[in-house]
Design a protein around this ligand. Sequence first.
Ligand code: PGA
Length: 262
Amino acid sequence: RLAEIHGLVSGRLRIAAVTTAEYFVPDLLGPFAAAHPGVEIELAVENRDRVVERLTRSADDLAVMMMLPTDLPLERLVFQDNPLVIVAPAHHPLAGRRIQLEALAGERWLMREPGSGTRMAAEQHFALAGFAPRVAMSLGSNEAIKHAVAAGLGLAVLSRLAVSSGWGVGTADAVSASRAAAAEPADARAAQTLEQTVPPSTHAEPGGGPLVVLDVAGFPIPRRWSVVWRKDQPLSAAAREFLRYLQAPQHAAPRAQVADQI
Ligand code: PGA
């Protein structure tokens, strides 16, 4: 206990994160790992269904996810917002306009694979809105979806985090600016990725990236990130320390709270 207070926690910290959390969990782990060199961190990145399966068999100390299962004895700490947005190719005719979801009824939609929490959240939201998307394709990763949207294969619901990481989104302003002036994507690695996978016409649409977030009523879907753990198992010292670290003001959402019950 005294060792913990002085930051001398050691041991293993096993964390499972859903795939969309891969955009920020490693960044969160960096300073924690630096402050606790005695903690050996194992991070597993899987989609929502697989993370739930890991929780079922208590494979990890903690799991970072958005769509929590309701049938497991879990505690949770909500620590960050995770808005889900509709992304389109930057040259989409409705980019920069405020629209209703029905305006997108004629579109083709790209969904994450069954088992993805992003897909589950999108489906729940569409069902509540009475909207039946024409699903053209399922893809097994956020990056594959971003490239497919940029290539004009359809629209998608993605975490804003996924969209803004690496090459990705232009705002409506950036889109019109990009029509006036062509520029190279800032990051050389991103540019290379674009060249390999995105058709030249899309590549020529810079100003923040080949994607745009559409301004659709009811969006973004206001989801949040939680870290969860089994309440029927003792938390390791390293896991307790990580939870304390997550509650530091720079990480915690204003509404961060520990709930007894999910
Ligand atoms: P996923 O994750 O779409 O990467 O599965 C989202 C979630 O379940 O929280």
